[in-house]
Write a protein that binds this ligand. Structure first.
Ligand SMILES: Cc1ncc(COP(=O)(O)O)c(C=O)c1O
Length: 403
C-alpha cells in the first residue's frame, strides 16, 4: 500500500499554482477541507461558548472537537490540550509560569539542536530567576546530540529539560525518550518541541516521555496556530497569570481570551485530512487514532523515498548535506561549496521552486555547526511532494551549478 500522492495533491487548491514547495518545514499548504471548515464555522451561527442557543453550542462543539482531534493526533488526554497562537507564544507563557518556582541553584537544560523558540524562552526565564542554564551540545560530525555527559548535565539540580523531537534545520530526531528518562529520574520536567516532528511522524507523548509537548498545525496542513498538551493533573498544579473573571479550569486557565473557534475547526479538519490517508479508512471499528498511525506510516514511506532520491543526486552533484543523523525527518540542509546558497534559492524561485535559504531560527544549531546562518539551503519534503517536484528541484540545482 502506498500513498496516493496525486489524490492527496488534488485536495490542495494552491498546488495548482505550479509552485514546487520544499518549504514545508516553514509551513505547509492548506487543503480545501480545512478552509471550508473555517468558513463553515464562521458562517454558521456562532457566539461565545455556552449551551442555551445553537450559536453557543456551535462554539462549544468546535472547542470539544478540537481537543479530541489533537488528543488523537498526539495520543494525549483531551482535557490537557491547550490552544495557543504559536508554539513560541505557548513556550514563552509556560516558561514564565514554570519559572515562578525556580531559584538560584536550580538548573535548566536546553539543546543546540533546537529552534530558538525552545531555547530563548527558557534561557531568559532562567536568567530572570538566577537559575543556571546548561547545554546539550550538538556534534557537527554526526548531526546528533552528544549525550556522553547526559547524566552530569541533567542532574539533581535540574528543574526542566527542553529538547526538540526533531530539528527543523537538520531533521535529526534525538532520543527524546532516553533524555526524558534521565530527567524524570532526577525529578525534572521535560518540555518537547514537536513542531517539526509532528509533521512527519505519529506522536505518542507518553512514549516520548514529554511532560509538555508543543506543535503547530500550520506545519501539517492546518491553520496558523499551535497546541500544547500535558497531563491535566500536571496542568492543575500550575497557575499562569490570568484575568479574574476568566475560567480557572484546566485547560482553559492557560488560554487567554476568547478562543478562535474557526481556527479550532480548521485544526480538527486537518487532523481528519491526515487520518483519511489511512488505507483502512471507512472500515468498521477503526479509531481515528489508529487511522492517524496508519496514515503516518504511508507518509513516512513516501517522504523517505523522496528524501533518499534527493540525497543521492545531491551527492552526485558534489553538494554537502549536513543532515546525516541515523534517525531523521525528510528535511535536508545543504551547502554548495563556494556557491552562494541564497543565489541558488533565487535561481530556483525564478522557476517556481521554493527551497529557501535563511536562519530558520535554528540559531544555536548554526553556531554548533560553525556555519554562517545563511550558509545553505533547506529542502523539506512534505506528504504532497511529488516525483515531478523532485525532478524539477534536482534539474534546477544541476543547471544552477553549471552557470
Ligand atoms: C522546530 C520548530 N519549533 C518552533 C517553531 C516555532 O513555531 P511557531 O511559529 O508556531 O511559534 C518552529 C517554526 O518554524 C519550528 O520549526
Amino acid at each position: 500500500m502506498s500513498l496516493d500522492v496525486d489524490g492527496f495533491r488534488a485536495q490542495f487548491p494552491s498546488l495548482a499554482s505550479g509552485i514546487a514547495h520544499f518549504d514545508g518545514p516553514g509551513g505547509t499548504q492548506t487543503p480545501l477541507a480545512v478552509a471550508e471548515a473555517i468558513a463553515r464555522t464562521l458562517t454558521a451561527p456562532l457566539s461565545n461558548r455556552g449551551s442555551s442557543v445553537r450559536s453557543e453550542r456551535n462554539a462549544d462543539d468546535a472547542v470539544t472537537a478540537f481537543r479530541e482531534a489533537v488528543a488523537d493526533l498526539l495520543a494525549a488526554d483531551p482535557r490537557g490540550v491547550v490552544y495557543g497562537r504559536s508554539a513560541t507564544q505557548l513556550t514563552y507563557d509556560l516558561s514564565r509560569t514554570l519559572a515562578d518556582s525556580w531559584a538560584e541553584g536550580d538548573e535548566i537544560v536546553v539543546s543546540e539542536l533546537d529552534h530558538d523558540a525552545n531555547v530563548r524562552p527558557w534561557v531568559q526565564a532562567a536568567e530572570a530567576r538566577g537559575a543556571t542554564v546548561r547545554w546539550l551540545r550538538l556534534d557537527p560530525a554526526t548531526a546528533e546530540l552528544d549525550l556522553t555527559r547526559l547524566d552530569e548535565i541533567v542532574n539533581e539540580r535540574t528543574r526542566l529539560v527542553a529538547v526538540t523531537a526533531a530539528s527543523n534545520l537538520l531533521g535529526t530526531i534525538p532520543p527524546v525518550a532516553r533524555i526524558a528518562a534521565r530527567a524524570h529520574a532526577v525529578g525534572a520536567l521535560v518540555h518537547v518541541d514537536g513542531v517539526h516532528y509532528a509533521a512527519h511522524a505519529s506522536v505518542d507523548v507518553t512514549a516520548l516521555g514529554a511532560d509538555f509537548f508543543v506543535c503547530s498545525p500550520y506545519k501539517f496542513f492546518g491553520p496558523h496556530c499551535a497546541v500544547l498538551v500535558a497531563d491535566p493533573a500536571l496542568l492543575e498544579t500550575l497557575h499562569p497569570d490570568k484575568l479574574v473573571p476568566s475560567s480557572d479550569r484546566v485547560p482553559e486557565r492557560f488560554e487567554l481570551g476568547t478562543l478562535p473557534y474557526e481556527t479550532l475547526a480548521g485544526v480538527t479538519a486537518a487532523v481528519e485530512v491526515i487520518a483519511d490517508l489511512a488505507p483502512a479508512t471507512g472500515e468498521p471499528g477503526i479509531t481515528r487514532r489508529e487511522r492517524l498511525v496508519a496514515a503516518h506510516e504511508l507518509i513516512d514511506r513516501h517522504e523517505t523515498a523522496l528524501r533518499e532520491r534527493i540525497e543521492t543526486r545531491l551527492a552526485e552533484l558534489g553538494l554537502q548535506v549536513h543532515s546525516r543523523a541515523a534517525r531523521r525527518t525528510p528535511t535536508l540542509y545543504v551547502t554548495l561549496g563556494d556557491r552562494v546558497a541564497a543565489a541558488a534559492s533565487s535561481f530556483l524561485a525564478e522557476r517556481d521552486i521554493l527551497a529557501p535559504s535563511g536562519s530558520f531560527y535554528a540559531w544555536e544549531t548554526f553556531r554548533a555547526l560553525r556555519l554562517p546562518v545563511e550558509a545553505g539551503m533547506r529542502i523539506g519534503v512534505a506528504a504532497y511532494t511529488s516525483d515531478d517536484d523532485v525532478d524539477r528541484l534536482l534539474e534546477g540545482l544541476a543547471e544552477f551549478l553549471t552557470r
